[in-house]
Design a protein around this ligand. Structure first.
Ligand SMILES: C[S@@+](CC[C@H](N)C(=O)[O-])C[C@H]1O[C@@H](n2cnc3c(N)ncnc32)[C@H](O)[C@@H]1O
Length: 231
């Protein structure tokens, strides 16, 4: 994972991230909808459809936050279980899906139990992505599917310049106005935690997602990783 001098690592990072989400939980959904112009709703639904799982599938939504992914999984007639380590986010959740307070890097789930795993906008918040990939491969049944969303930078230089201004300058102002300035200053910086596409796909292949793929959504401001656990 790439690092930056002013970005925390390891246990310090986990504690800061947990505390930050506890803090911003009450207005998390509002700020999310505003700063993405509601595109986040479409990205999650696209992910659920892309899993291609039969109805009634058991899907773990990891780092579920306030339960948006769980609601989309319910909409498509799956059986989601949401897990997050922030008590604040779970407390602010609005979903009928069962929610569990748990660390995504150490899941309270037996091996080969679930049909799918989703994860929205949390990869860059984890302290150890190889451990996360191993965990999802462990709890999935062979043939199980993953759909992992996170932010990204458009590859087109013009789009990237516009996006950098919006994400780097406008989003922190919206966040400061409506929620917490520190948290929304951290948001654009946290992208530096994300490894390259090649590293991420290699990490997925290493744990058994040989068909792992990456798709850019909305011009490349968001990326979706899909994969199937080898039978
Ligand atoms: C940007 S929010 C995304 C929430 C939700 N998935 C969504 O799509 O809106 C990131 C979430 O990751 C959670 N998180 C970060 N690290 C975690 C970990 N190690 N275990 C469980 N949850 C974690 C945070 O508490 C927060 O709720």
């Amino acid at each position: 994972m790439s690092s930056s001098d002013d970005l925390p690592q390891g246990e310090e990072k986990a504690a800061i991230v947990e505390q930050m989400f506890d803090q911003i939980a009450p207005r998390y959904d509002l700020v999310n909808r505003l700063m993405t112009f509601r595109m986040d709703v479409g990205w999650r639904r696209h992910t659920v459809r892309s899993l291609g799982l039969p109805t009634g599938s058991t899907v773990l939504d990891l780092a579920c936050g306030t339960g948006d992914f769980c609601n989309d999984l319910l909409r498509y007639k799956h059986e989601p279980i949401g897990m997050d380590f922030s008590a604040g986010m779970l407390g602010a959740a609005n979903t009928d899906a069962p929610l569990v307070r748990a660390d995504a890097l150490c899941l309270p789930v037996a091996d080969n139990q679930v049909d799918g795993v989703t994860c929205g906008f949390a990869l860059r918040n984890f302290t150890n992505l190889p451990d996360f990939f191993e965990e999802i491969a462990r709890v999935l049944r062979p043939g199980g599917r993953i759909g992992l969303l996170d932010v990204s930078e458009p590859s087109n230089s013009l789009l990237r310049a516009g996006h950098n201004i919006y994400f780097g300058k406008v989003v922190p102002k919206i966040g400061a106005l409506l929620s917490d300035s520190g948290a929304y200053r951290y948001l654009p910086k946290s992208v530096e935690y994300l490894p390259s596409t090649e590293e991420l796909l290699a990490g997925l292949t290493r744990v058994g997602f040989a068909d792992g793929s990456r798709t850019e959504l909305s011009g490349g401001i968001t990326q979706l990783f899909l994969g199937t656990l080898e039978p």
